[in-house]
Write a protein that binds this ligand. Structure first.
Ligand code: ZN
Length: 250
């Protein structure tokens, strides 16, 4: 990255923002279509740092020197929940850079991979804070199904652009599921990922009923919901059903 770009800034946060966003708009491509350029948003655009002028995909870039794969801080809790409910979340780019401003790791989470279960409420800011009472949130990266984390750069080595676009395309059917039910679909997908094998029976999923019930306390018919969501995943092409009670994750 070009570290000379940020010299006009006094705050480290603003400096890092300027340098990383400049790099992203110069070198990043759209994963959702074949456009090889992303446009930086006008200053102070909320939640969107980069956009694809070809397909309209929006991207938010979160960067830091530390690489925390469990959680990253995001903006206001209520705004994030509202964005998920109304399907307005941008694609999320999580970047780690080195002290020499080298891009070490870069991960892309498609916009339709955010469920309410991956948003964690932070403690309200104390009375001394400028924005006292404000409630922020963390994005729990470890609560996002592994399929939803595309590795664009790993230890300084970039992945092939075609591979990233292909992975994004494979996941796209999930975006067609209405936002109100997608949380269920994503939570189930994440749980299926933790089963010992890619082949499993309905009873293997029922065994995890309590976990899903805890994530969706309002729902009294968890088993019916599991069966319905297995069908949704099958229709989205993420799961096959062999007809003898055995499912297989793709
Ligand atoms: Zn695009």
């Amino acid at each position: 990255m070009d570290a000379s770009l940020g010299t006009a800034y006094k705050s480290n946060t603003q400096l890092a923002r300027c340098i990383t966003e400049n790099w992203a708009s110069a070198y990043l491509y759209c994963a959702a279509c074949r456009n090889n350029a992303l446009e930086a948003s006008p200053p102070n655009t909320k939640a969107v740092d980069l956009s694809c002028l070809s397909c309209g995909a929006n991207y938010q870039l979160k960067s830091g020197r530390k690489w925390n794969q469990r959680r990253i801080p995001d903006a206001a809790y209520n705004a994030m929940i509202a964005a998920i409910e109304s399907d307005r979340t941008p694609n999320l780019l999580v970047m780690q850079y080195s002290s020499m401003w080298r891009v070490e790791n870069l991960m892309l989470i498609p916009s339709f991979f955010f469920a309410k279960s991956c948003v964690e409420k932070r403690k309200p800011l104390g009375a001394q804070a400028r924005r006292a009472g404000w409630v922020g949130c963390n994005i729990r990266l470890d609560a996002i199904a592994p399929e939803g984390k595309l590795t664009i750069v790993q230890s300084g080595v970039p992945a092939a652009v075609d591979v990233i676009r292909e992975s994004y395309e494979k996941l796209r059917p999930l975006s067609q599921i209405p936002a109100q039910v997608r949380g269920w679909t994503l939570d189930l997908l994440r749980i299926l990922q933790t089963l010992p094998t890619a082949h499993f029976a309905l009873n293997d999923v029922y065994a995890r009923e309590a976990e899903l019930a805890a994530l969706h306390p309002g729902n009294k018919h968890v088993r019916a919901k599991i069966r319905q969501q297995l069908q949704v995943l099958r229709d989205a092409g993420l799961l096959t059903f062999n007809g003898r009670g055995i499912y297989r994750l793709k």
